[in-house]
Ligand binder design. Sequence first.
Ligand code: URP
Ligand code: ZN
Ligand code: ZN
Length: 479
Amino acid sequence: MIIRGGTVVSAHDMAKADVAVKDGLVVAVGTFDGTAAEEIDATSLLVMPGGVDTHVHLEEPSRGPQISDDFRSGTASAAAGGTTTVITFARQGKGQSMTAVVADYAERARKAIVDYAFHLTISDPTPDVVDVEVPALVAQGHRSIKIFMTYDGVRVDDNAVIRILATARRSGALLCVHAEHHDLISWMGEQLVAAGLTAPKYHPWGKPMIAEREAVHRIISLAEALDCPIQIFHVSGAESAHEIERAQARGLKVWGETCPHYFVLTEGDLDRPGFEGAKFIFGPPARTAADHETLWQAVRSGVLEVISSDHAPTNFDDPKGKKFAGEDGPFTKVPNGIPGLAARLPVFFTEGVSKGRIDAPTFVRLVSTNPAKLVGLHPKKGAIAPGSDADIVIWDPRKSLTLTNALMHHGGDYTPYEGYQATGYPVRTLVRGVTVFDGTSIVAPPGHGQFLPRGPYAKVEPLGRFPTPFNPVDRKIVR
Ligand code: URP
Ligand code: ZN
Ligand code: ZN
């Protein structure tokens, strides 16, 4: 196959070139005479590495609210938005074996349309899980761990955080963290509800920036004490970004992720008639226009280097979704999370490239190359270069359209971006050289997606730097 005449965008530059693909791999980038069995005309289009979305919640079993996407609909949504790799969450429930959870999740994932890997979400940190099962699973290719510092049922306390940091360091896994102060948030929620302030618009008051900033500071401090690289998930605004910037200035391996919704939504979006504001309940919450500006600076400077979707959808009009406690239920009982997989690239391209805030290579870096590097998948993913998987999105930077729920190709009944005016949209998505989205429809069958085992990688190697001469993880004096 030759993709001809487009502008190929890499993480650092862009130039007109053809892309030759054979057996699912990119074999050459240049100018080619002759013809191929399949030719794709990309004249006046951008040819970019497919999106790599490293924060996607699909089909996590739950006795409470239900995620509205399984692996088929979720990965269809990925393809429709130009994303070719997703990292989802094998989430352990209380009392469950992590090994059994991963085996069950791997079965569910067999219907994926795009490629995938799993983060291991630990929510019952018994010594057996932390010290035996997780290191074995990491060695088998599941090279990232996720923890929540808040949310009943899944959060782990500081003692467990420390033990999990030690395991991540020893086993060479990336630790990803949802950082918010649980007790503060719980107490704030109780006070708001007791005061009768229960509508969705009070959700941001119940999860103030200080609760996020404190937890970001705390997890960075603990990671620094154990010399363990970490990624902070979904940085919502200035104060957390500044904590990460300070950590990076100390030379620490602390990476920050944020999401398109933190650039376009504000607290004001939760203040809509009736229960509509619940469509915008996610955690940490939307902040302010000033936070948007700081986040733009942070992605331009590299302090935040990954844009993911944090796709965590539930239906709106559904007692298993946003209406879990009814339309009059308090915001504290509304499930956190919104759909965003298909919208991630179009919204971030529109806000970033089309509106002149970043250039196209920076866009590619943030949505594809950096995430692939951080989870140990680069250059197989996140690049258009000889030897890379031919995961490619062909993109019309001038295509203008109004987002609707139908365009998201997901399982849910709403998108928070309904009516959003996008400029820049995928016209074709290929996974390993096979077209999975043709600009209108999903054209690859469930099962086209493949699991991506990950080997050890240098990015997450520790620094070898401790606050004292003692390495507490390996119980050794190091200097
Ligand atoms: O509100 C959110 N983000 N819900 C999904 C779970 C998480 O926190 O990542
Ligand atoms: Zn989270
Ligand atoms: Zn999440």
